[in-house]
Design a protein around this ligand. Structure first.
Ligand code: PFF
Length: 416
């Protein structure tokens, strides 16, 4: 449940629709699904295996498995990636909190498409307000990690996750009843191969890594806490399937509405924030629907930020344990929160950093991390897998995954 909570988040509901909208809709969906099949299952499994076998955080795991320091750079890559993701992820979670508060106050009642777009600009260009609302999720996450109430959150998300899914189904149905919604479905499901480009493939791969939280140690950290008798492949399958269903449903909810209301599918990061309130206006119990949905979205974001910060917290505890001034768990939580706040300030205050962090982490750092992990497990631990599916898994991460990642990189550099 915790791994599913890490995977399902803003990546599915906020990022997936907007990158799909910017990259041709249907063609993006197909490439994305191929990436999930090719990379998703094997790499979620790889990370959980690294964590479960080493029982260490991203800092100690590689050393524990190989008995040498040659893979230590990979630990650093993991934390750096986690810290950069924190920067923009907390900002977007802040936007969600802002929209939740406004939904409670019924602030966008009667707004048309143009007003909703203008409203998003007003909200996100108000620097102080954005900083304020972005610090709130940092503090909430800190409280969860500080009091070690992960278990409670996990149990809570067992109830809330299905509720999120049910709400999304209702919203999909409502949106499909709108005039002009068919064009949106066509945009999302019709594959136009003329739109295929190296960039579409690179972005789809990056989105797959981001959405599943792979390539930066989040699942290593959770794998380390996994009960001995829990089945890794089954867990991986559940995480991958659930995450993909939520992403596809988000697309089915957003795109018909985009066309029905006259928005632009390539609107960018504001896409869901302008489209969702427009959908609620059309629903019965508009106020309640808006409040409920934004609440669920904030909680989905929070279960992701917990895993994101946990990577850094566990890293700091392990990395300093043999030093003269070791950081205990609570001190590490404080240091990590300070880093999160510093990075979110950078994202808010320095132009373009938001986009650069979002792109560099998912399109480059996570695939590089995953490439290294698949080589580590595939080539150095491969012989320890004896079942038929274990052997198939090893074949995949030895050959298919690394070769595919390298080819996609070369292709995006136009070297093929
Ligand atoms: N998978 C999360 C999402 O789709 O929202 C994003 C994420 C969370 C990435 C935690 C990495 C991570 F460690």
């Amino acid at each position: 449940m915790a791994a599913a909570g890490s995977a399902v988040g803003l990546g599915n509901i906020w990022k997936f629709p907007y990158v799909a909208g910017e990259n041709g809709g249907g063609i993006f969906l197909i490439i994305y699904l191929v990436c999930v099949l090719l990379f998703g299952m094997p790499l979620v499994t790889t990370e959980l295996v690294i964590g479960k076998r080493s029982r260490k955080s991203a800092y100690g795991a590689f050393r524990a498995l190989r008995n040498n320091d040659r893979w230590q750079w990979l630990s650093w890559l993991c934390v750096v990636t986690a810290v950069l993701i924190m920067g923009f992820y907390f900002v977007v979670t802040g936007w969600c909190i802002n929209y939740l508060a406004e939904a409670v106050m019924n602030a966008f009642k009667g707004f048309d498409a143009a007003q909703l777009t203008a409203h998003f600009q007003t909200v996100t260009t108000n620097t102080w307000r954005v900083i304020l609302v972005s610090v709130i999720p940092v503090i909430l996450t800190e409280v969860v990690l500080w009091f070690d109430v992960n278990k409670g959150i996990e149990r809570l998300s067992k109830i809330l996750m299905p509720l999120l899914l049910v709400m999304m189904v209702i919203m999909v149905v409502r949106v499909l009843l709108l005039d002009g919604s068919k064009v949106g479905l066509e945009f999302f499901f019709k594959t136009d191969f003329s739109q295929l480009s190296p960039k579409v493939v690179l972005v789809a791969m990056g989105q797959c890594f981001f959405s599943l939280s792979i390539g930066m140690g989040a699942l290593i950290t959770y794998g380390a806490y996994m009960p001995e008798n829990q089945d890794v492949p089954m867990t991986s399958l559940q995480v991958v399937v659930l995450d993909t269903i939520v992403a596809v449903m988000a697309g089915m909810m957003i795109f018909p509405a985009v066309f029905a209301f006259g928005f632009n599918p390539a609107e960018g990061p504001e896409l869901v924030f302008v489209v969702l309130p427009a959908i609620f206006e059309q629903m019965s119990f508009a106020w309640l629907s808006g409040v409920l949905f934004f609440t669920l979205l904030c909680i989905a974001a929070l279960t992701s930020t917990i895993s994101l910060m946990e990577v850094v917290v566990a890293f700091l505890v392990d990395a300093t344990s043999h030093r003269p001034h070791p950081l205990d768990r609570r001190k590490s939580v404080l240091v990590t929160s300070a880093m999160a706040i510093a990075l979110l300030l950078v994202c808010v205050l320095v132009p373009n950093t938001f986009d650069i962090f979002a792109e560099v982490t998912s399109c480059y750092l996570m695939p590089i991390g995953a490439l290294a992990m698949s080589i580590l497990v595939g080539w150095f631990l491969g012989n320890s897998f004896t079942t038929w599916y274990g052997k198939f898994f090893v074949f995949t991460i030895r050959w298919l995954v690394p070769i595919a990642i390298v080819l996609i990189f070369l292709n995006s550099l136009r070297l093929l």
